[in-house]
Design a protein around this ligand. Structure first.
Ligand SMILES: NC(=O)c1ccc[n+]([C@@H]2O[C@H](COP(=O)([O-])OP(=O)(O)OC[C@H]3O[C@@H](n4cnc5c(N)ncnc54)[C@H](O)[C@@H]3O)[C@@H](O)[C@H]2O)c1
Length: 357
């Protein structure tokens, strides 16, 4: 029987328990050797719940264990670069949750460590494993909607904000707000489907408005509600808007964790000269094509999949075959980190910024 690949999960919070751990457990080629969390009780709870592994508090123990070949980094954003770089330097392959890091410079250091150690560094841009997104990419690649001149991205929620006052809304920990937390998925889908057009300039504005009064913030739903802290910090964008010029399509975007409009508007419009696609984020997509002087509208049927399971299965396969490149490899995802940095820089300066090569 083939020896199982030993992995460690670092950070045993929401995403680890809802996605990484269950997906590893379903993969017969893998054994979880460590559950690590700075709050030891969370690691211990995982050992108890899943009936395997060793609970530890300090990820440095994993670095010393040669049996562990791969890790999932599922901590808040401030620890992504530190833990990933340490693991890469200890010759472990890494799947680090999105965003790659709090800023572009940290993400570049992670990329450098992956290259230096000849190890895999994949980022949890899980939509690249989503069959709806893959189908759209192949339609765009095959020219079905013609030349795409404009992509419009909307990631807006009615009165949400994840774990207000906790790690998600503290700039030192998260690096930013709705753009870095949620917009990263949308921008990443655009870059993936459009084959990484080169960003030329960004012009953006951000707003730190609705979440500021943490104590009195009224919400309708909230990711990570258990980490909400009414005495915590709120200094990140709860809404953001802007425009990125690229050597491909123009990308316009509007995002809000919290808006005073009772609608969740989560979609990406790919506007081409022969047709258009609206991807309903996390679901299906609508297609319009003009053919023979008529407009044909459809909602294509495709085989749905659990993209978190697929992401982990692909990562495990990648560990066995490091020469393969996954679509979530740092070398492609880094461009999204660059774009987000440009957007935040522009918003802070209130002026357009040009991207350097
Ligand atoms: N791919 C997705 O769609 C998706 C969804 C949600 C969250 N995320 C990302 O996953 C990450 C974690 O988010 P979450 O919602 O699970 O947060 P969470 O707060 O629920 O979990 C994070 C865990 O990391 C632990 N931790 C912090 N520092 C640590 C350290 N130095 N060593 C070990 N453990 C440490 C915390 O104690 C906590 O248990 C974030 O980067 C977030 O952006 C991705």
């Amino acid at each position: 029987m083939e020896k199982k690949i030993k992995v460690a999960v670092i950070g045993c919070g929401t995403i680890a328990n809802s996605a990484h751990i269950p997906a590893y457990l379903k993969n017969d080629a893998v054994e979880i050797k460590y559950f690590c969390d700075i709050i030891l009780e969370k690691a211990e709870a995982a050992v108890k719940k899943y009936g395997c592994g060793i609970a530890i508090k300090d990820y440095h123990e994993i670095l010393k264990d040669d049996e562990v070949v791969a890790v999932s980094v599922c901590t808040p954003n401030n620890m992504h670069s530190i833990i990933s770089i340490d693991c890469l330097n200890a010759k472990k392959h890494v799947l680090c949750e999105k965003p790659a890091a709090r800023n572009y410079s940290e993400a570049l250091k992670m990329q450098e460590a992956a290259h230096k150690n000849n190890c895999i560094l994949n980022i949890g841009v899980v939509n690249r494993f989503n069959n709806a997104v893959r189908t759209i990419k192949s339609m765009i690649d095959s020219g079905e909607i013609g030349k795409v001149h404009h992509v419009h991205v909307s990631f807006r929620a009615f009165r949400s904000i994840p774990g207000i006052g906790g790690a998600f809304t503290n700039k030192d920990i998260a690096g930013g707000g709705v753009l870095i937390d949620w917009g990263v998925h949308y921008l990443d889908i655009v870059m993936y489907c459009m084959n990484d057009p080169k960003p030329l300039s960004a012009s953006a504005e951000q707003f730190i408005v609705l979440g500021k009064d943490i104590k009195n913030y009224v919400y309708t739903g909230m990711w990570a509600e258990d980490t909400r802290d009414v005495n915590g910090v709120y200094n990140v964008d709860d809404s953001i808007t802007g425009l990125i010029r690229t050597n491909g399509p123009v990308i316009s975007f509007i995002g809000a964790w919290a808006q005073n409009v009772n609608a969740g508007e989560s979609y990406i419009d790919f506007l081409g000269d022969k047709g258009g696609i609206r991807l309903h984020y996390g679901a299906n997509f609508d297609l319009v094509v003009s053919k023979n002087n008529s407009l044909i509208q459809s909602t294509p049927v495709f085989k749905g999949n659990d993209h978190f399971i697929e992401e982990i299965n692909c990562f495990v396969d990648n560990v066995k075959h490091p020469e393969k490149r996954l679509p979530s490899h740092i070398d492609t995802v880094i461009i999204t980190a660059k774009m987000m940095q440009g957007i935040y820089d522009s918003a802070e300066k209130h002026e357009e910024i040009k991207f350097k090569d």
